[in-house]
Each structure stands twice: as structure tokens, then as C-alpha cells.
Design a binder for this molecule. Structure first.
Ligand code: FES
Length: 103
């Protein structure tokens, strides 16, 4: 079952921040207009997107260089062909919540 989970404070998300909740791996990105979240796993093979480079609102996988749109999770650079899951984000005061499975 999914629920809103507190994972960070806004000031913690300066650029890229990996967060874990149980078995859930999420990466938060600070863009000019807010905070966005993706599953912290490349859709090609296992690699953490939180360890990749961010450029022009895209994250580049550190393993083979696939490129994903931070807002939509869509692929804009091979070899990955599947999108990365986007995670809903909610801000309450200075707290950052993500909507994920609670296990
Ligand atoms: S593991 Fe990310 S592009 Fe291959």
C-alpha cells in the first residue's frame, strides 16, 4: 500500500538527494520550480541515478549514460528504452513527502 512518507526537509535537497525508506530507493532533484522525484534505479540495468550527472533538467546514468527527463522519467538517450518511474512529491512547510510503498 502506498502512503505519503516524510523523507527530507527542503533545505536538505540542494541538488540531488538519495533517500531510502524500507526497500524503497528514491532520488530527489531540486529544479528551479520545485522538487521532483524518481525511482533511484536506471531502467536499463542496475545503477543509481543519484550517482549520475544532472544537466538541463535531465539525469545521466553513471553506468552507460542513458538520459532521463527528471520531470517525466522519459528516456531521451539510449541504451535505456523504458522510462524511470516518477514519484509524486508533496511539500508541507519545509518538509518533503513522497508517495511510495510503505515497505
Ligand atoms: S545501467 Fe543505466 S544506462 Fe545502463
Amino acid at each position: 500500500m502506498k502512503e505519503w512518507v516524510l523523507v527530507a526537509r527542503i533545505e536538505d535537497v540542494k541538488g540531488v538527494l538519495r533517500v531510502e525508506y524500507g526497500s524503497q530507493e528514491v532520488v530527489l532533484f531540486r529544479l528551479s520550480d520545485g522538487i521532483f522525484a524518481l525511482r533511484d534505479t536506471c531502467s536499463h540495468e542496475y545503477a543509481r541515478l543519484s550517482e549520475g550527472e544532472v544537466w538541463d533538467e535531465k539525469v545521466y546514468c553513471p553506468k552507460h549514460g542513458s538520459c532521463f527527463d527528471i520531470r517525466t522519467g522519459s528516456v531521451s538517450g539510449l541504451p535505456a528504452v523504458l522510462p524511470v518511474e516518477t514519484i509524486p512529491v508533496r511539500i508541507e512547510g519545509d518538509e518533503v513527502y513522497v508517495y511510495i510503498e510503505n515497505w
